[in-house]
Design a protein around this ligand. Structure first.
Ligand SMILES: *[C@@H]1O[C@H](CO)[C@@H](O)[C@H](O)[C@H]1NC(C)=O
Ligand SMILES: *[C@@H]1O[C@H](CO)[C@@H](O)[C@H](O)[C@H]1NC(C)=O
Ligand SMILES: *[C@@H]1O[C@H](CO)[C@@H](O)[C@H](O)[C@H]1NC(C)=O
Ligand SMILES: *[C@@H]1O[C@H](CO)[C@@H](O)[C@H](O)[C@H]1NC(C)=O
Length: 320
């Protein structure tokens, strides 16, 4: 019985999906938890909301510096009219979502001085705060832990007009960066000046490659050079994350099989050991029994009563 229980434990450990999941999105995890929290706080800003009007929310005091806003829209108006300006975002007509909802809410984030904490990009320096634009269903304004809707710009792209950027180091050119909800990072060229474009939701910023300190003890770089000298955890690309996931799955399966084989051989060995012991016991018992038998026979000098005696013969049998 306990063997079956053990095997069951082993299998449930191997097949536990949460174990596999914890392997991916480790580095995007805190940022996604923040997204969830911002969704909650942004929704709280709504009191009798009018559509198409941005409502600024307030983050808890331990996250001062993050600005959030929420705008409720009919999906039809988003599709056919777009929004001329929502903070830094210019949203054209033609935004489509893959599941039909009547109204949606666009949550805006400006991570301010928290940008590099939640979106560290090793080898790059943020020139602007990280901005986020995420779409949610507007059906329940007190809902929490909402999943994002999938939206896409099917016509013109969404434009992001970043305001002032940090000064660009001489000789380097700024890049637009888009980080999608899985932590997938994509760089592109600005379409002009401080304007970037996107067809998808997610988080956006402008970056430059960090001035990497030249190898050698004498060199030091000023300003943001510290960022590259002290690399931070990388936001994993999707393929990288998947590869790791595959390896972890392969590893745990192989490990599991090895464990199973080990257990099986242990069980077999235990059974054999048991059998051998039983056999030995029986042998010993038999030996002891024989000895007793002999002894008892030896003690009893007179032969024991006969089991069968000669049957009495009827006299009548002779009379014929
Ligand atoms: C900030 O405080 C909230 C509760 O008010 C908590 O849930 C959250 O984890 C805190 N976040 C940080 C980054 O400290
Ligand atoms: C950002 O600035 C606020 C004050 O404006 C401060 O309370 C907060 O700790 C800062 N955040 C980080 C990550 O330094
Ligand atoms: C809205 O969401 C809240 C929090 O998740 C939940 O308690 C409530 O039942 C929901 N209301 C509706 C109408 O689904
Ligand atoms: C990444 O950006 C480039 C340039 O903007 C674009 O062509 C490509 O489709 C993007 N990749 C994804 C997965 O969207």
């Amino acid at each position: 019985m306990h063997v079956i229980l053990l095997l069951w434990c082993l299998f449930s450990l191997l097949l536990n999906p949460t174990m596999a999941q914890s392997a991916t999105g480790i580095s995007i995890g805190p940022a996604r938890a923040l997204d969830m929290m911002i969704q909650d706080y942004a929704y709280r800003a709504f009191i009798l909301p009018r559509t198409g009007v941005p409502y600024d929310g307030t983050m808890p005091s331990n996250l001062t510096g993050i600005q959030i806003s929420a705008m409720r829209l009919r999906t039809g108006s988003l599709r056919f009219r777009g929004i001329q300006s929502y903070k830094e975002f210019q949203i054209p007509k033609g935004i489509m979502e893959d599941s039909y909802v009547e109204r949606l809410i666009l949550v805006y984030q400006n991570l301010g001085n928290w940008s590099t904490k939640y979106y560290p990009l090793p080898g790059y320096t943020h020139l602007t705060p990280v901005l986020g634009l995420l779409a949610y269903d507007a059906a329940n304004l007190s809902a929490m832990n909402l999943p994002e809707l999938k939206i896409k710009a099917t016509g013109n792209p969404i434009l992001i007009h970043f305001g002032d950027t940090k000064p660009v180091p001489a000789g380097s050119s700024p890049k637009c960066v888009w980080i999608n909800l899985n932590g997938w990072v994509n760089f592109s060229r600005p379409i002009s000046g401080n304007t970037c474009s996107t067809v998808d939701q997610g988080h956006f910023s402008m970056v430059v490659e960090s001035v990497s300190p030249a190898p050698g003890p004498a060199s030091t770089s000023e300003g943001d050079g510290g960022a590259s000298a002290n690399p931070r955890p990388v936001i994993m690309g999707k393929s990288e994350g998947n590869k790791r996931k595959v390896w972890i799955i392969v590893g745990s399966v192989v490990g599991g099989i090895a464990l199973l084989v080990l257990f099986a051989s242990l069980i077999l060995w235990a059974q054999k050991f048991n059998q051998r012991q039983k056999m030995q016991q029986m042998e010993r018992a038999a030996e002891v029994g024989e000895a007793l038998h002999l002894a008892s026979i030896g003690n009893v000098k007179t032969p024991a009563a006969m089991v069968t005696r000669t049957r009495p013969v009827l006299e009548t049998e002779y009379v014929t």
